[in-house]
Design a protein around this ligand. Structure first.
Ligand code: ISL
Length: 554
C-alpha cells in the first residue's frame, strides 16, 4: 500500500547480528540464527526489524567498516540467505530495515585499497579525503580534527609503491599523504563532494530496495559533508557552518535519496541517525523531500528525573510537529550502556561532546530493572515510533566485567582503556537453558559466544521469561499488544494531565493515559479508570515510586 506510512507509529527492533542468535555454532550470530528466531520477534509484537550492518567487513568497528555494500559477510551467511530472510520476515508481517553506512567504508574496501595504491593526485584518492601533512616532512596531520573514537582524525599512508607491490598495497603507518577518518583509522571518510560517491550510494540504495527492504537506517547521517578547506577549528567554539557537522550540502544528498525511495511504488523509509542538539537544525532533515524520520539520543541521555523527561518529551514533540514527522523514542542501542545498568545509578550523565554516558557509582540492578520497566512503558506510550534494542525486552544488564583481552570496541583501544567501550551491551543473547551459551549457539556448538555471558543470565533467558507473569519479556509483549490494539499508546496527541514535576501523567487520545511516578512517595491514581498494564505491583489505587501505569479513561 503506497499510502501506508507504517514508520510513523512503528515499534522497531534492532538486531545486532553478531549477538542475536548463532545458527552454525561458531559462537558468532548469523542469518540462520536470526531466521530461526523470527517467530519470536513476531510474537513479541514489533512491526519492523532493523539489522545492524551485515555486510562483508574486517570488523574493525563491528561491521560499521564495510568492504562490500552489496553482499553479506561470510560469518553471517550469504546474499541468498539475506533475501530469504527478508521474504520470511515479510511473510510474518515484519518490515525490514538495513543499516546504510555512507560516511566511511573499510580501509579494505576496493576503493580505498586502490586509492592507496594509486598515489597522490590520482582520481582514486579523490573518493576520499587525502591531504599532505604539515611540518617540514609532512609529519604532522593536515589539521587538528579529532576522531570521535579518540586520537587524531588522520592517519598517514605509505607513498604509492610502484611495480608489483602495487597490488598488495595496504594502508600502514607511512611517509606519504594522510587520510581523514572521523571514526577509527580503519574507517576512511568518503568524499561526498565527488559525484561518483553519490552515484555509488544511490545504486546501493536501489540494490537493497530491489531486494524488498522497507527502509534504511542512515548511520552518522549529519556528518557526511565536509568543508573542502579542512581548516583547523576550536571544537569548543566551532565556526558556523561547522567544518563537517550538519552542513547544507548534506541535505542535497538526502533529497536525491528521497527521489530514489520515492521511485518505488511501495513506501520505503529513510531513517536518519541525526545527532544534533539544535532542534531546528534537526528538523531540517525532515523537511519535505528529505528523510521520513530521524532519531537522536536526547531521550536516552535524559536522567531519571520527572522535570528533565518532561522537558525532553515536550521538546521532541515540538520539534517534530511543524514538519509533520513522527517523534522517535530510543532508550538503548548497541552504542550505550544498557538501561537496567544506567537507571541503577544515581550519577549517570550524558557527555554531549563524546556522546558517551559517564558515571562513577556502581549500579543497583534491582532499582535499575524497576526503572527500566517503568521507562519501557513510558517510551511505548509516547506518540511516535519507538526503537528497541535486542535484549532490552529480556532486561539484560551491561556486562561490565568483559575481560580486557576480549574487548573488541575500537573506543576501548583508542582511549587506552579509559573508556571501557561498548562491548558490554553487545554480549550474545541468552535464549534458553541454565548454562552458557544459553541457546545462543545450537547444542554441540564448537565455538563459544564471542563475548562471555554472565552465569546469572540463566534467570533472564527468553525461555525462562516466556509465560512468567511479571517478567520483562511478558511486560514488553503485553505493552506491544496493547499498542497495536488500542488507539492511544504510541498514537495521537499528547496532553499533560498533571503539572507536578515528579509525576508524568499524560493522555493520548480520549481514552488512554500513562502515569509515571518519579517521586519517592506513593502516588494516588485518579478514580474511574481501569488499569490496562503496570510496570510493577499496584496497591489498590496507589502507584509506588519508579512505576508506570497505563490506564483506560472513562
Ligand atoms: O557511540 C558513540 C560514541 O561513543 C556515538 O557518538 C556514535 O559514534 C555515533 O552515534 C555514530 O554511531 C554509528 O556510527 C559509528 C559506529 O561505531 C556506531 O556503532 C554507529 O551506531 C561509526 O560507524
Amino acid at each position: 500500500d503506497v499510502t501506508d506510512e507504517w514508520w510513523r507509529t512503528a515499534a522497531i527492533y534492532q538486531v545486532y547480528p553478531r549477538s542475536f542468535a548463532d545458527g552454525d555454532g561458531d559462537g558468532v550470530g548469523d542469518l540462520a540464527g536470526i531466521a530461526a528466531r523470527l517467530p519470536y520477534l513476531s510474537a513479541l509484537g514489533v512491526d519492523a526489524v532493523w539489522f545492524s550492518p551485515w555486510y562483508p567487513s574486517p570488523m574493525a568497528d563491528a561491521g560499521y567498516d564495510v568492504t562490500d555494500y552489496r553482499d553479506i559477510d561470510p560469518a553471517f551467511g550469504t546474499l541468498a540467505g539475506a533475501e530469504e530472510l527478508i521474504a520470511r520476515a515479510h511473510a510474518l508481517d515484519l518490515r525490514v530495515i538495513v543499516d546504510m553506512v555512507p560516511n566511511h567504508c573499510s580501509d579494505q574496501h576496493p576503493w580505498f585499497r586502490e586509492a592507496v595504491a594509486a598515489g597522490p593526485g590520482s582520481a582514486a584518492r579523490e573518493l576520499f579525503w587525502f591531504r599532505d601533512g604539515r611540518g617540514p616532512d609532512g609529519e604532522l596531520p593536515p589539521n587538528n580534527w579529532q576522531s570521535i573514537f579518540g586520537g587524531p582524525a588522520w592517519t598517514r599512508v605509505a607513498d604509492a609503491p610502484s611495480g608489483p607491490q602495487r597490488e598488495a598495497a595496504r594502508p600502514r603507518r607511512g611517509v606519504g599523504q594522510w587520510y581523514l577518518h572521523l571514526f577509527a583509522p580503519e574507517q576512511p571518510d568518503v568524499n561526498w563532494a565527488n559525484p561518483k560517491v553519490r552515484e555509488e550510494f544511490e545504486d546501493i540504495l536501489r540494490f537493497w530496495f530491489d531486494r524488498g527492504v522497507d527502509g534504511v537506517r542512515i548511520d552518522s547521517a549529519s556528518v557526511l559533508a565536509k568543508d573542502p578547506q579542512l581548516a583547523d577549528f576550536d571544537p569548543a567554539a566551532p565556526p558556523s557552518p561547522h567544518p563537517y557537522s550538519d552542513r547544507d550540502e548534506v541535505h542535497d544528498i538526502y533529497r536525491s535519496w528521497r527521489a530514489v525511495a520515492d521511485s518505488y511504488p511501495r513506501q520505503r523509509a529513510l531513517i536518519g541517525e541525526v545527532w544534533l542538539p539544535d532542534p531546528a537544525r534537526f528538523a531540517r532533515y525532515l523537511s519535505p523531500g528529505e528523510l521520513h524520520t530521524a532519531f537522536n539520543f536526547d531521550f536516552l541521555g535524559c536522567a531519571w528525573d520527572g522535570e528533565a523527561l518532561r522537558r525532553c518529551i515536550d521538546a521532541t514533540l515540538a520539534t517534530h510537529a511543524p514538519v509533520d514527522a513522527p517523534a522517535t523514542w530510543v532508550l538503548a542501542n548497541h552504542d550505550v550502556t544498557r538501561t537496567v545498568t544506567r537507571y541503577g545509578r544515581a550519577d549517570t550523565t550524558f557527555d554531549h561532546v563524546t556522546r558517551r554516558l559517564r558515571h562513577g557509582s556502581p549500579s543497583d540492578l534491582t532499582l535499575g530493572t524497576r526503572r527500566a520497566r517503568a521507562a519501557a512503558l513510558l517510551s511505548l506510550a509516547l506518540p511516535g515510533s519507538v526503537y528497541l534494542y535486542q535484549g532490552e525486552e529480556l532486561g539484560l544488564w551491561e556486562v561490565e566485567d568483559v575481560p580486557d583481552e576480549l574487548r573488541q570496541d575500537p573506543i576501548f583501544r583508542r582511549t587506552g582503556g579509559a573508556d571501557r567501550g561498548r562491548d558490554g551491551c553487545r554480549v550474545p543473547l541468552p535464549w534458553s537453558g541454565s548454562n552458557p551459551p544459553f541457546g545462543f549457539s545450537p547444542d554441540g556448538a564448537t565455538g563459544r559466544p564471542w563475548l562471555p555471558q554472565p552465569d546469572a543470565w540463566r534467570d533472564l533467558t527468553a525461555q525462562r521469561q516466556d509465560g512468567a507473569s511479571g517478567s520483562m519479556l511478558e511486560l514488553y509483549r503485553a505493552a506491544l499488544r496493547l499498542r497495536r490494539q488500542l488507539p492511544g499508546p504510541g498514537d495521537g496527541e499528547l496532553r499533560w494531565l498533571d503539572s507536578s514535576p515528579e509525576a508524568l501523567a499524560f493522555a493520548c487520545g480520549d481514552a488512554f493515559a500513562c502515569v509515571v511516578n518519579l517521586s519517592d512517595e506513593v502516588l494516588r491514581l485518579p478514580r474511574h479508570r481501569a488499569v490496562l498494564l503496570a510496570s510493577g505491583e499496584l496497591d489498590g489505587d496507589r502507584l509506588p515510586s519508579d512505576t508506570t501505569v497505563w490506564l483506560r479513561l472513562p
